[in-house]
Design a protein around this ligand. Structure first.
Ligand SMILES: N[C@@H](CCC(=O)N[C@@H](CSS)C(=O)NCC(=O)O)C(=O)O
Length: 285
């Protein structure tokens, strides 16, 4: 079987998007597209004469807005996919063992929660490659301090679902902040400074990472819980009211979906104006 993989990079969030294609049938899958690079990715797919079947997110991203919603509108027949535990809407809700088929190739879903509840690792049919999303990063792993993060769950996921793959299996993460592009299961099992520790030590490391919050988490949380949009043209985020469930301190404007009044709130100094959901300039998934 013949398959090729291209690794694409988005500079602002240091995200890797992966394009996989069956060279015989030209059917392709895109993993973790980013909103800002949708046109770049679609141009490449067009140039290569590929037929994009599925755009899949390894999880609900906090650091960038996914490109799958807008891609579905631009590519006839394209289906979006994400874990059924992500809370997000998509054409295909993935579970453990599901197969994402493209031509004669397929990716198998391994649920790897811990960074978020809906994190999955996608493993190529012959186990030569694993797309680990934010679960396992090169010499690191996804943070566990928000979005249902749980260090113990992540530790178990990585040990049980990723470190059980062959040593030679290539590890392709969703991000790298130091310019690294690929690792292997064997290397990570041996040299990952977090995952080579025991569970207690790992939990201690994860508790003390003290990372700043990703810049786009507020926008993503709002999009995730919005009943009308999965992709919207929304202003930046402002402040953080305590009584709202979905908000973020690191951003300078605030937009939230208020569950009780069923409206979006935009504010610079909260409480502020409340806008009915149907007035939002958004695109339905
Ligand atoms: N600087 C970035 C966010 C960096 C970050 O928090 N990365 C996440 C994955 S994206 S939610 C992470 O899990 N990092 C783990 C680590 O050890 O770095 C931004 O501002 O968006």
């Amino acid at each position: 079987l013949t398959c090729f993989t291209l690794q694409l990079f988005e500079l602002e969030s240091c995200t890797y998007t992966y394009l996989l294609a069956d060279t015989e049938t030209k059917e392709a899958v895109l993993i973790d597209p980013v909103l800002e690079t949708v046109d770049r990715d679609l141009k490449l797919i067009h140039e290569l004469g590929l037929n994009l079947k599925v755009a899949v997110n390894t999880h609900c991203h906090a650091d960038h807005v996914t490109g799958t919603g807008i891609m579905r509108k631009k590519v006839v027949g394209l289906k979006s996919a994400i874990s059924k535990f992500s809370g997000a809407s998509a054409d295909i809700q993935l579970s453990e063992g599901d197969k994402i088929t493209f031509g004669k190739q397929y990716l198998t879903v391994r649920e790897t929660p811990g960074h978020t509840d809906g994190c999955v690792t996608l493993v190529l049919a012959d186990q030569s490659m694993a797309f680990t999303g934010d679960a396992l990063l090169i010499r690191g792993c996804g943070r566990t301090d928000f979005q249902q993060g749980c260090a113990k769950t992540l530790y178990q996921s990585i040990h049980e679902k990723i470190f059980t793959l062959p040593d030679e299996c290539l590890v392709y993460p969703a991000h790298d902040y130091l310019g690294r592009t690929v690792s292997t299961v064997g290397e990570e099992r041996k040299f990952n400074p977090r995952l080579t520790k025991n569970l207690d030590e790992f939990m201690d490391i994860m508790k003390n990472l003290n990372l700043p919050k990703p810049k786009k988490i507020g926008i993503n949380i709002m999009l995730l819980y919005s009943p009308i949009t999965t992709y919207a043209l929304i202003v930046d985020i402002i402040t953080v009211p305590k009584d709202f469930q979905f908000c973020d301190t690191s951003l300078h404007r605030f937009v939230a979906w208020n569950l009780s009044s069923a409206s979006f709130h935009f504010s610079s100094s909260f409480p502020d104006i409340s806008v009915p959901a149907n007035r939002i300039c958004g695109l339905q998934d």
